[in-house]
Write a protein that binds this ligand. Structure first.
Ligand code: NAG
Ligand code: NAG
Ligand code: NAG
Ligand code: NAG
Ligand code: NAG
Length: 392
């Protein structure tokens, strides 16, 4: 399974309540552009499958133009919104800047190697060289656990699992896709991408010697007299920047304004006033992550993959753009996933996009879908427990 990384778009939230039409049109244009031009899906598949119960898509008109790889969305009497797909850069919603300005942007991109993934061993490619895995895996138990995620038990709250992959001790031991999806599918990662951003920042720290406890290199905060001057990269990573931010997906929230009405998301967030002392309050913010994205983009031409985690924040539950399963307030049973080890860290995106990394069990588990209910209501705790139990 390939998780589409959206450097500019970090989304979290349970549902997407109706807000101003322009935002809905923008959201529909951006999603459709990603799903059609990156995911290879059709508008109809998107409406019925990909985004779950997307009632906000019901009344919008969506026009895909394959000549210039764009998507236009409008509703009667409201602003037309357009998103464009650019190879190597993904889907971009036109906001603030003109389409011409956006199309003339030049980034120093590496061209992808001209190789057939099917001939390259996993994890770099898709070829599974070694089908064996340790005999301590109870295959029946594992398959039962995975199958359970594809069975709807509550018609009112369908979980709509699209993909599950279980990696144990460096090998794929379980993998299943909903009809229409495969290991080649590119699925929206939503806010899981925050964890990639945190990881990239970790590489920057390692390779460029960036000090995360110094003031973050943010031009808007250059003046030493600016109250935001001393916000550090650590504060941004831990979601404790102190910037005045609201994340809920409701009318006039900062996150909707940033994602769907703003051309420069890093600048939008960096221009907000300070509300709390940096480092003092945990406030989950997609804006902080966009500032980190911008720092990374300014500092680097290109970066690889690696991993970053940290001591918890947010009552012990948030690391460097990964969530943690550490106990809150030293109470060991008070964990997000009580049946899952405390060393687990995980990436989370809206509508049930989750990747769990469980070092003590040598497990990496990915689950993607279009779950309408609250996060994890696809049964993450029970599922992970069953996977762990399937290994002796
Ligand atoms: C779509 O339009 C119909 C008729 O105007 C309206 O009743 C309904 O609430 C609208 N649905 C959404 C999701 O906006
Ligand atoms: C699609 O885009 C091309 C290039 O911008 C344009 O010439 C054409 O008119 C568009 N097609 C439609 C149906 O809008
Ligand atoms: C494997 O799991 C299945 C289903 O949970 C169970 O019935 C069976 O006894 C297990 N086998 C072993 C060897 O533990
Ligand atoms: C910061 O404020 C001090 C005291 O008001 C002033 O003397 C100084 O010039 C200011 N520094 C900058 C860079 O604006
Ligand atoms: C620890 O957390 C659990 C689960 O939230 C709770 O039921 C229990 O009362 C807590 N124990 C203490 C000593 O606070």
């Amino acid at each position: 399974m390939i998780i589409v990384i959206l450097f500019l778009m970090h989304l979290i939230g349970h549902c997407l309540p109706l807000v101003v039409n322009s935002i809905i049109n923008g959201l529909a244009a951006k999603y459709t552009c990603s799903n059609v031009f990156i995911g290879g899906r059709t508008v109809e598949q998107q409406r019925t499958v990909d985004v779950g119960s997307a009632s906000y898509l019901n009344n919008v008109t969506i026009i895909v133009n394959r000549t210039d790889s764009s998507v236009i969305v409008y509703t009667k009497g409201s602003t037309i919104r357009k998103a464009i797909y650019r190879p190597g850069l993904g889907a971009t919603l036109i906001s603030d800047y003109t389409e011409r300005q956006i199309r003339s942007q030049r980034f120093n991109l590496l061209s992808p190697p001209n190789i057939d993934q099917d001939y390259i061993p996993w994890p770099m490619g898709d070829k599974i060289v070694d089908h064996s895995y340790s005999s301590n895996v109870n295959r029946t138990a594992l398959e039962n656990a995975i199958d359970s995620l594809f069975i709807e038990t509550n018609p009112k709250l369908p979980i709509r699992t699209h993909a599950v992959v279980v990696v144990y001790d460096g090998k794929i031991i379980g993998e299943k896709y909903a009809s229409g999806f495969s290991k080649k599918s590119k699925l929206l990662g939503m806010s899981m991408t925050k964890s990639i951003t945190g990881t990239l920042m970790g590489i920057l720290v390692q390779e460029k010697g960036l000090n995360i406890d110094e003031p973050a290199p943010v031009p808007e905060w250059n003046n030493i007299n600016d109250s935001r001057h001393f916000i550090t990269i650590r504060n941004l990573l831990q979601q404790t920047s102190g910037l005045n931010w609201n994340e809920p997906y409701s009318e006039h929230s900062d996150v909707l304004r940033m994602l769907f009405m703003t051309g420069d998301m890093g600048h939008y967030t960096a221009s907000l006033p300070l509300k709390d002392k940096p480092g003092s309050q945990f406030v989950y913010s997609s804006g902080n992550t966009n500032i980190l994205s911008r720092i990374i983009r300014h500092q680097l031409d290109w970066i690889d993959q690696s991993i970053a985690s940290s001591d918890g924040y947010g009552g012990g539950r948030y690391g460097f753009q990964f969530y943690l399963n550490k106990p809150a307030n030293k109470n060991t049973t008070n964990r997000r996933f009580p049946n899952v080890p405390t060393d687990t860290y995980y990436a989370v995106g809206a509508q049930g996009q989750d990747v769990f990394i469980i070092p003590s069990e040598k497990l990496v588990v990915a689950r993607l879908g279009a779950t309408t209910a609250a996060d994890y209501e696809w049964g993450a705790d029970e599922f992970l427990q069953a996977v762990i139990n399937s290994i002796e």
